[in-house]
Design a protein around this ligand. Structure first.
Ligand SMILES: Cc1cc2nc3c(=O)[nH]c(=O)nc-3n(C[C@H](O)[C@H](O)[C@H](O)COP(=O)(O)OP(=O)(O)OC[C@H]3O[C@@H](n4cnc5c(N)ncnc54)[C@H](O)[C@@H]3O)c2cc1C
Length: 441
């Protein structure tokens, strides 16, 4: 009986475990710091109260309950020994496998931007999405109590990064403010809120075609999003973001969608890391010099058939999880391993109600508007783990779409409600900056 230790129950780790679950003479231990699999593509909908946490997080034990040979362990991996294929966890105990699969995903990359780690709100985990949701609601509550705060940028939201995550959160935030906050905060929000999207590139949605980029920019602008392209964020202070052109946008809600790097586990492996602190893997997804150690998904740099690195996408992670399982079985039965081939299913991003871009299939056939919106809904529903989750998500989407009702507007992180409106910026940097007043949309 061979033992496979898998670190991470994301798309990659879960797909690998699921495939090995149907194999005889194999035992799997799946280790994750959370007892749930989180569905990252819908986190922005949790942050903007379209979905609740239970729509996007699924208990790992429950997802894998039909596989008697898979044991799930809730534990934080703190060190890795590639030679012995052993991982240690925070209580000092360890798990050793005949094979070790590293699929620990990614974390935000602040690229050393001063103040970003402390003051910005990243959007890469369920916990972060819930924290952001609480902060969005908290600034509205503060302004409701004390309307002059608007003059200090209280209803300004700054999104750092115009990739799919930044574009989706900016569009969803605009819809949230226009569709539901209008009734709940008596028009205050619609007239006074400002959403700024900052990106150093010249277009939003970098990986998409120019047609999709222009469509996304137009849809965001129609929703009142102020695009600040060709600029970078130099500093995130407690009271706003300083841009490379010297302007400062006052805000107590700066959302970080500026980039990713591999989870901290990669730093514990003791090997030289590649781009984004990820582990460079060989075509069969093993780590060079360690034939029984695999690295998958967002945790790895995987080169595609065209020689370019594959993007950090759920479909890539899921497919390489399955490929890894196949190669482990091949190793066990003495067959040669196969190189990983990624089947490109396309890319998509939701900009808001009835507005999405989808570039589907290997030729990236572009769909936009309502058809893109429908394609986005279908693909994301299909990716969800359980049929119960699919039904719940569709009910919540329908409520939101037809009734303008957001069932999940819960301010459950009380710490985010305690905003210090008297905080001052670092004077040496901020004094010279021109402040951007709140805009009306
Ligand atoms: C906001 C957002 C939106 C996205 N939208 C899309 C989209 O629309 N379409 C798409 O295809 N992709 C999308 N992606 C990308 C996609 O979600 C990722 O590519 C995918 O989740 C990667 O899967 P993974 O298994 O490699 O890592 P993850 O899904 O991140 O899983 C990693 C797992 O490792 C665990 N872990 C990490 N460190 C430790 C540790 N020290 N100890 C124990 N466990 C640990 C984590 O808890 C997690 O469960 C999005 C990503 C984000 C952040």
């Amino acid at each position: 009986m061979k033992h496979i230790a898998i670190v991470g129950g994301g798309f990659a780790g879960l797909a690998c475990a699921g495939r090995l679950g149907s194999q005889p003479d194999v035992r799997v231990t799946l280790i994750d710091r959370n007892n749930y699999h989180q569905f990252q593509p819908l986190l922005y909908q949790v942050a903007t109260a379209q979905l609740g946490p239970s729509n996007v997080a699924f208990m790992l034990r429950s997802v894998l309950k039909d596989h008697a040979n898979i044991d799930v362990k809730l534990a934080e991996v703190t060190s890795v020994d590639l030679k012995t294929r052993t991982v240690s966890i925070s209580d000092g105990s360890s798990y050793q496998g005949d094979f070790l699969v590293l699929a620990a995903g990614s974390r935000p990359n602040f690229f050393g931007t001063p103040g970003a780690e402390t003051n910005a709100f990243p959007l890469y985990s369920l916990r972060q999405a819930e924290r952001l949701r609480s902060r969005i609601l908290a600034v509205f509550e503060s302004v409701d109590r004390d309307p002059p705060l608007i003059k200090r940028g209280a209803l300004n939201f700054v999104v750092v990064g115009g990739g799919p995550t930044g574009t989706e959160i900016a569009g969803a935030l605009a819809d949230m403010i226009h569709d539901t906050m209008r009734a709940e905060y008596r028009d205050l929000a619609v007239q006074q809120a400002g959403i700024f999207l900052v990106d150093h590139g010249k277009a939003v949605l970098g990986p998409f075609t120019e047609k999709s980029q222009l469509y996304a920019a137009k849809m965001l602008q129609q929703r009142g999003v102020d695009l600040r392209l060709g600029l970078s964020v130099k500093e995130v202070a407690a009271d706003g973001a300083l841009l490379s052109d010297g302007t400062k946008i006052l805000s107590h809600c700066v959302i970080w969608a500026g980039g990713l790097k591999a989870s901290a586990v990669s730093e514990k492996t003791g090997i030289a890391l590649g781009h984004g602190d990820r582990i460079d893997v060989q075509p069969d997804l093993t780590v060079a010099g360690f034939p029984s150690v695999y690295a998958l998904g967002d945790f790895a740099n995987i080169v595609g058939a065209d020689g370019k690195p594959l993007p950090q996408l759920a479909s890539v992670a899921e497919q390489c999880g399955k490929s890894c399982a196949k190669n482990i079985v091949a190793d066990i039965v003495g067959r040669p391993r196969e190189p990983f081939h990624h089947f490109d299913m396309g890319i998509m991003a939701m900009i808001g109600r009835n507005a999405a871009v989808a570039e589907v299939g290997q030729r990236h056939h572009a769909l936009e508007g309502v058809i893109g919106f429908a394609a986005w809904l279908g693909v994301h529903a299909a990716l969800l783990s359980t049929s119960r989750a699919k039904i719940d998500v569709f009910i919540d989407w329908a409520w939101n779409y037809f009734g303008n009702v957001r069932g999940a507007q819960i301010l459950d992180r009380r710490s985010e409600a305690h905003i210090n409106w008297n905080d001052t910026a670092n004077p040496s940097v901020m004094d010279s900056a021109e402040s951007v007043p709140p805009t009306s949309s």
